[in-house]
Design a protein around this ligand. Structure first.
Ligand SMILES: [Zn+2]
Ligand SMILES: [Zn+2]
Length: 285
């Protein structure tokens, strides 16, 4: 697959019509804030011409204190998630390549558990969704408004990247959801994150979900231009992600194709697949 642009010279198809679409950020209703049946995500992806679909619902945690998260699958739903994903992978194998993964936080207390799950269940990939830095979820990084919180986000996220568990950083510019404007502090942490990702060979996700109207959002949101200019300068790689919480997102191919053009204009290296994920090798560390 041509990770650069998917342009098929031989048949003279215009670049836009022949873009190879892939998505490794796709949810299910188990996370309690998505809609649609698992199969609808797959059929929507096929209808929109996607070649690869990575299922990456918000992963469960073995909370020891009875805590119940309202934004992730429960631990007892994990087997059903895997069974559903694998059944769909088999059923649609002629039409789309399906990979089975999770979007998970970096919670050091549970990292060993996550690594064990990934290996035991032979997950294809893990993406780091760095929304919180503690299992009690006291500060949501999409809600921060203060510079010191930016540094807390960056420190934690970079440690997560270095853990070796994940092969992509989801919405690296999450901190811009409610932060008032892209300032000097934003530039500093963007550079730190981009350099860490580059050095580790981990692509940063150009997340399209921020392009949809969300009434609760008060800041500039993402993709944040300031972040991506720095990521391009630093030589980081990007992968487009839908962060689909609704099968309907797959039909919005104009956004995907616009993102391809945006990233090309930035001059950033774009990858279109997370597999094979290097996670497996790093897990041995
Ligand atoms: Zn979500
Ligand atoms: Zn997500």
């Amino acid at each position: 697959m041509d990770g650069k642009n998917g342009y098929n010279k031989g048949e003279g198809i215009p670049k836009e019509a022949s873009t190879i679409r892939t998505n490794f950020h796709s949810h299910t209703t188990r996370c309690q804030h998505a809609t649609g049946r698992d199969e609808q995500y797959v059929t929507a992806a096929i209808a929109a011409g996607y070649a690869q679909l990575g299922m990456s619902d918000h992963g469960p945690w073995p909370y020891g204190d009875g805590y119940v998260s309202g934004i992730r699958m429960r631990l007892d739903e994990f087997p059903g998630y895997l069974a559903s994903a694998r059944a769909l992978k088999e059923k649609y194998r002629e039409q789309i390549a399906i990979y089975v993964g999770l979007e998970s936080e970096y919670y050091p207390a549970y990292s060993g558990w996550l690594a064990e799950q990934a290996e035991a269940e032979r997950l294809d990939f893990l993406i780091l969704g760095s929304h919180f830095d503690r299992p009690d979820e006291d500060i949501y990084f999409g809600g921060i408004t203060q510079p010191h919180q930016l540094y807390r986000y960056a420190r934690h996220t970079i440690l997560g990247l270095r853990s070796g568990l994940y092969c992509c950083l989801a919405h690296p510019d999450l901190f811009m959801l409610n932060y008032p404007a892209f300032d000097e502090d934003c530039a500093v942490i963007s550079r730190d994150i981009a350099q860490a990702a580059r050095d580790l060979g981990i692509p940063l996700e150009y997340n399209l979900s921020g392009l949809y109207p969300q009434s609760w959002r008060r800041g500039p949101g993402y993709p944040a231009a300031g972040f991506w200019q720095i990521a391009a300068q630093e030589g980081a790689s990007a992968i487009i992600g839908l962060d689909a919480h609704d099968p309907g997102r797959y039909a919005d191919t104009h956004l995907y194709d616009q993102a391809v053009r945006d990233l090309a204009q930035l001059g950033i290296n774009r990858v279109d697949s997370l597999v094979p994920c290097r996670m497996g090798k790093r897990l041995a560390v």
